[in-house]
Design a protein around this ligand. Sequence first.
Ligand code: ATP
Length: 563
Amino acid sequence: MAKPGHGYPQVVPRAEDLMHPRVVTVPPRWSVDRALARARAAGAVVAAHGTVAARTADLERAAAWGLGRLPWTDAASAGVPAVPPSADEIMVRRLLRGGPSMALVRERGRVVGAIEASPRPHGSLTSRLERPHGALGEARLWLLRTAGKLGEAQGHAAYATGGFVRDLLLGRTADHVPDIDLVIEGDGIAFGRRLAEETGGHLVVHGAFGTASLEGAATPDGTRVGRVDIAMARRERYARPGALPEVSPAGIDGDLGRRDFSVNAMAVALSPSAWGRLHDPFGGADDVAARRLRVLHPLSLVEDPTRIWRGARYAGRLGLCPEPGFKRALALALEVGEYPALSGQRLRAEHALVMNEAEPSRALVLLLEWGAFRLWDPSYRVTAPGRARLASARLFLRWARGAHIAVDGAELGLLALLFDQSRPVADRCVRRLTIASGMAARVDATAARALARRLVSVRPRRPSHVADVLRSAGDSLVLGAWLAGEGKARRHIEWFLREGRAGRPLLSGDEVMAAGVPRGPLVGQIIALLRDLRLDGRVRTIEDERAAVAEWMQGLAMKGDLG
Ligand code: ATP
């Protein structure tokens, strides 16, 4: 914010021309409430001490969430750079390019003003959007152009935002093509309806947030576009930490300001008159280039602690390094504690997304390192066996994906994370995540170990016996036994998942009846017996099976059991 009313234009403005002077110095030990009272009394926009500074708006937010007794420095940014009043603009802007959201102006040891990082000049992503072999593809490019034209015709600016823009800047292609997120400065649903008409897609409206998704859209030559999410540009207000937000309409910069990380807080304009223009009010493009994970304000992770899981996913997937502001925000979010307004369902959904990543272990290792699972239960502790268990889970997932075996990754992750916790902690985590009650028994490693032991001692060691044991155990206990067991037990389970589980005889039920077995429960029993013979390699051809059926029938007839 420029200081108003300064006389003659200078060739190069100085820090004292760029700063706003409404800064108050507050002792570091003061609480949020006390610092806020001082800031309000002084009409200050920023409270500062040394290299720590908080916006009054953030102190207000912390106080409204019941955090008024915390030290105010917890809600502040640390390591805020300082410049003398005479520093020229180029130097100040260069300092702010590295990520800090403001710089303090200090004169003879006293803070006399603050300079907010201002939006970067707009860059253009036109060449990336139109690059012929980019992730985008012709169909998506067509959709973006169509969206831009439709928006302009309706008098609303349309933008692509979020992961799409981030990945465009990263030049990511093959392994992950995110959905397209469109944001409209205006009625997103009306826009979505028009876009659905234009693209032959089907619009699904999600009432609560005024958002919609377009499924099945296609270009005029019939090429599918993939899923498109559409939303009105909106601001969000969180009444309580971890609660779902209240939303109100906003411009694109307001919309970007509600987002989780700077790398996700960029938009690219689609209207023909502004096609390709990058909106990047928080320096996301610089952070993408420097592979930095940065929150937009110190209370971001308190406002929505599920962002911790999101952050771990992006850090793991994209190799982003959390910068110090993220770590402070994380420490604050974990200190605040329990978040009654944060539902178990949301925590569960975030866990499932982590387990869905191509390499979930990267995110999991970060979450363990960060102490994130304290939000599942305050007594959750990371143990060496727990780490080893996660490493095993990673091996297992890799094996299962390689063998094209569908595994419930979320469940596997949960077992690996909870097996080595004490029983009360594991039970409380299950309750916190509002997981169906049967799960409480499944996260008990005792049963899994017992199953693994049983597998090793199955006698006689016929494949059909192994399959019997595992079939009756149920999917999660089987996953658990793999995690809890070792060499031989694991090999049995892998065989079961690969072949044993799906083993079927060649003869169908009808064919078994045609061979003379009367309709009724005996048909099922014979099918099961044939399956076991096949698993044990004792029948190979359909004739072998017919012969086995005939033999049984003969035996039963002799015993008079067919009567
Ligand atoms: P991915 O590649 O994982 O799909 P994405 O960035 O597209 O990444 P989405 O979950 O689809 O992720 O969210 C779209 C955008 O919405 C994000 O980029 C982010 O800007 C914003 N967003 C989503 N969830 C949150 C949240 N909990 N808090 C703030 N912003 C969020």
